[in-house]
Write a protein that binds this ligand. Structure first.
Ligand SMILES: Cc1cc2nc3c(=O)[nH]c(=O)nc-3n(C[C@H](O)[C@H](O)[C@H](O)COP(=O)(O)OP(=O)(O)OC[C@H]3O[C@@H](n4cnc5c(N)ncnc54)[C@H](O)[C@@H]3O)c2cc1C
Length: 418
């Protein structure tokens, strides 16, 4: 028996399911409540960066994700005519840190399958949380279920209910500080022979209007093409323009008979961070807590890292290794990492592809310059490694706030001095 009774997790997206899996491995009782009748199949995340990959490995699901997905070999930035501005090879990066690709709905299914092996985990679909409350001893949610409205209680309640989080709104109303990008982001999945045009696994095309990303997302040749449309268009107008946009943007200027479009969704995209990630017994993770644009794959990657951190905090409390103040550390540090790293890096990634003078990209952008010269110039390689370190700064080991803890790098036990 641990120091508390149960955690309710609101939202069976990848973040909520992963937290449930981590906690279940320690026999901490969890109850996942999901409003929808099944896992969301929209075309969203596809690529997970090193910090997220390491947490997926810690949760024991990386092998299954990589078995179904794959490791992209190389990425590059191109001009509108397809010529390469800079290229980065991935193969020399250690395996445990390699970007991994698999559509997010498949990732969620793999995590759910692993979770279902644990007797202390309960997952209910068609359970929509509407209201929340808490006192000194417990927190509760009011839930619309097929059997009527229920009130469910737990020691802690985690909002992993995505961008429109009910938990966040119940805590902060409509306040979700940040900004919304003007263009629509059109995320489409398509079978098209990019290989015939010599394209890399991940390609960013730099252009002030016709910027886009094309990345292989499955082993059987499905690609994600994400591009911008005028924010004043309607959703329907964006979808109507798809054939024309593909013909003008993609290599080979294909007509619709040359590819098979399997999915298309326009998105409004934001850079936002909740006022706090902890209010008493309520905690926020991933999209419920923060949002960023998809260029560079920081959204869910940083959400997965939140989850790993929150797991360490809750597990520390449950096992008597930490007191509740560790949750304030979670709030303070995960918010700081979002604001100082994720928000800045993801914004820079997007601004890079929207650059007004692609012809001067190497002159104007130190990152592209270092990437383009890294192979032949050791100083450029060192600059690139320095800049790439930002991505690793997403992580923070909350076990250092335990009364006793072991670091990842050493087996020796330290006494906590805070
Ligand atoms: C086009 C696009 C591409 C992207 N690409 C990448 C990428 O390559 N790499 C990356 O790391 N990130 C990427 N992202 C971001 C990534 O998709 C999200 O960060 C991630 O899906 C968020 O996961 P989540 O579990 O926090 O939320 P969600 O996946 O949104 O899950 C939230 C769940 O909560 C449920 N829910 C909502 N309200 C309630 C309620 N009241 N009661 C009960 N349940 C509720 C919802 O039904 C849903 O199932 C991309 C995003 C977009 C839009």
């Amino acid at each position: 028996m641990g120091a508390f009774q149960k955690v309710i997790i609101v939202g069976a997206g990848p973040a909520g399911l992963l937290l449930a899996l981590f906690l279940s491995k320690e026999m901490i009782p969890v109850h996942v409540l999901e409003a929808a009748s099944e896992i969301d199949d929209q075309p969203r995340a596809t690529h997970y960066g090193p910090a997220g990959v390491q947490e997926l490995e810690r949760a024991g699901v990386l092998e299954a994700i990589r078995a179904e997905g794959f490791l992209p070999k190389d990425l590059c930035w191109r001009k509108e005519d397809g010529s390469i501005i800079a290229e980065l090879q991935q193969e020399h990066i250690p395996l445990h840190s390699r970007v991994t690709s698999l559509p997010v709905n498949r990732v969620a299914h793999i995590i759910l399958d692993a979770l279902r092996q644990h007797p202390t985990a309960k997952v209910d679909f068609n359970y929509k949380v509407t209201r929340t409350g808490q006192d000194d001893d417990k927190a509760w949610v009011e839930v619309e279920t097929p059997a009527g409205v229920k009130t469910l209680e737990a020691s802690y309640i985690v909002g992993s209910d995505g961008a429109s989080s009910t938990i966040r709104k119940n805590l902060f109303g409509d306040s979700f500080p940040g900004q919304t990008w003007e263009p629509w982001f059109i995320a489409s999945n398509v079978y098209y022979d990019f290989d015939a045009h010599g394209w890399d696994d991940i390609n960013f095309v730099i252009h002030p209007q016709n910027w886009f990303m094309a990345a292989r997302i499955t082993k059987d040749g499905l690609w994600r093409v994400t591009y911008g449309e005028d924010g004043k268009l309607t959703r329907e107008q964006c979808i109507e323009r798809q054939q024309e946009r593909y013909r003008s943007m993609l290599p080979g200027n294909p007509g619709s008979e040359q590819y098979k479009l399997t999915n298309i969704s326009p998105y409004r995209v934001h850079q936002k961070c909740a006022e706090k990630f902890r209010v008493g017994r309520f905690l926020l993770v991933a999209d419920a807590a923060h949002l960023c644009n998809p260029f560079g794959g920081f959204g869910l990657t940083s959400g997965i890292v939140d989850v790993g951190g929150l797991y360490d905090c809750l597990s520390g409390i449950y096992n008597g290794l930490a007191d509740e103040s560790i949750l304030d550390k979670y709030d303070e540090i995960r918010r700081r990492i979002f604001i100082e790293q994720v928000d800045k890096l993801s914004t820079a990634n997007l601004q890079r592809v929207m650059m007004t003078e692609p012809g001067r990209a190497l002159e104007l952008d130190p990152f592209l310059n270092a990437a383009a010269n890294a192979k032949k110039d050791p100083e450029a390689a060192a600059r690139l490694a320095q800049m790439a370190r930002g991505a690793n700064a997403l992580k923070h080991d909350f076990r250092q706030y335990y009364k006793t803890f072991k670091t990842e790098s050493s087996a020796s036990e330290h006494l906590c001095c805070t």
